[in-house]
Design a protein around this ligand. Structure first.
Ligand SMILES: Cc1cc2nc3c(=O)[nH]c(=O)nc-3n(C[C@H](O)[C@H](O)[C@H](O)COP(=O)(O)O)c2cc1C
Length: 356
């Protein structure tokens, strides 16, 4: 049953070590500015996306919905999103469309975060099989369910291929994404789930879909291949692939090389320092999933504390790089390690930053 799968994901992601690969944030160095010429209080961390102002460029990652425990998690995360003035994705809403009795687990997000940036979510393999009429209906149901400001479609071929009941159906998916962009009446975000987006995929998205944002969700954080291999209770081919994908830092550089739009960095982002590094190499905002699952399972106070720390780390990094605002952070000097330089060289790309 689809709801059991959602609870399996929560249980395995919270109880087991499911983080794999190297996101390469450890190879991005920001330069310390000993003479910042600003007061800490002068640092303006805010930014605007899709007409909504965020107190800092952070979006709670896409995780869950569809079960009782998911409802509690979503309510806690939404309350924090509202309180901090940050964004929030919900997990895939297919469960609530096929089983409307579970929709409440998503509606709590709109109830607890009436003004925060809210992002609906559906999976590419599922939408690839729907005709245009049904697809329009799914998209408007997903948006209305949480009063969403934007909709994200996740690309997850690696997860689907190793999931015991997976649906690795991607034929015709690009046309479906273009159709969603046409009818959604909301900004469209295309995201991965932890295996990254390459420059070739970004180029196809640019020429054939026209997304309003791309969330790279690269490798080096939660591995869905690992989660699915644990669910399958088998030593199977998934184990070989658990670190498969494009490290997050490299995925940001790859996408930025061909895409001028809004990039969300995710996949193993684990601190405000990582988030600031992501912005300095070309992203516009950052997102984090598993750490927020762990804190939400401990409750509202713990989650609040976690996000507050994240904010402080991010603001401290801005101060220490002498960045008065996000636009200055995006131009802060960076030094990149050898693995990054080698990858970029072989791919024939440079680290091209926002507006550069
Ligand atoms: C328990 C769990 C459930 C997830 N479910 C979804 C989902 O329904 N839709 C989606 O787009 N991504 C989903 N993701 C992927 C995350 O949005 C994110 O891309 C990935 O976990 C990498 O970020 P992280 O390393 O910060 O966890 C899920 C992640 C976790 C941990």
């Amino acid at each position: 049953m689809i709801e059991n799968r959602k609870d399996d994901h929560i249980r395995i992601a919270s109880e087991q070590n499911v983080e794999e690969g190297n996101n390469l944030f450890n190879e991005v160095y920001l330069i310390h500015i000993a003479l910042p010429e600003i007061d800490f209080d002068d640092v303006d961390t805010s930014m605007t996306i899709f007409g909504k102002k965020l107190s800092f460029p952070f979006i709670i990652g896409a995780m869950t919905g569809g079960t009782e425990i998911a409802e509690k998690i979503n309510a806690i995360l939404a309350k924090c999103a509202e309180e901090f003035g940050i964004g929030m994705y919900v997990g895939s809403q297919r469960v609530a469309i096929v089983k409307p009795e579970t929709a409440r687990s998503f509606r709590v997000v709109a109830e607890n975060a009436p003004t925060a940036l809210k992002i609906a979510n559906l999976g590419a393999p599922q939408v690839s099989r729907l005709n245009e009429r049904v697809l329009s209906d799914w998209v408007s149901q997903a948006i209305d369910m949480i009063n969403a400001d934007a909709i994200a479609i996740h690309l997850n071929p690696a997860q689907e291929v190793f999931q015991p009941e997976g649906e690795p159906w991607f034929r015709g998916v690009t046309d479906r994404l273009r159709f969603i962009k046409k009818i959604a009446n909301r900004p469209l975000i295309i995201k991965e789930v932890g295996n990254g987006i390459s420059m070739e995929v970004a180029r196809t998205l640019v020429s054939r879909v026209g997304p309003d944002a791309i969330d790279v969700a690269g490798t080096g954080g939660t591995s869905f291949i690992r989660i699915e291999s644990i669910r399958a209770r088998a030593i199977n081919e998934a184990n070989i692939f658990s670190g498969w994908g494009i490290p997050t830092v490299l995925s940001i550089c790859e996408v930025r090389n061909v895409y001028d739009g809004f990039i969300i960095a995710s996949g193993g982002v684990r601190s405000g320092l990582d988030g600031a590094k992501a912005i300095a190499i070309g992203a516009n905002a950052f997102s984090m999933s598993r750490p927020l699952l762990l804190s939400a399972l401990k409750g509202y106070d713990e989650t609040k504390k976690f996000i507050d720390n994240l904010f402080r780390e991010f603001k401290a990094t801005m101060f220490l790089t002498g960045s008065k605002n996000i636009s200055e952070l995006s131009r802060a000097p960076v030094v990149l390690g050898q693995d990054i330089i080698s990858w970029l060289g072989q791919r024939g790309i440079t680290c091209r930053r926002v507006g550069a």
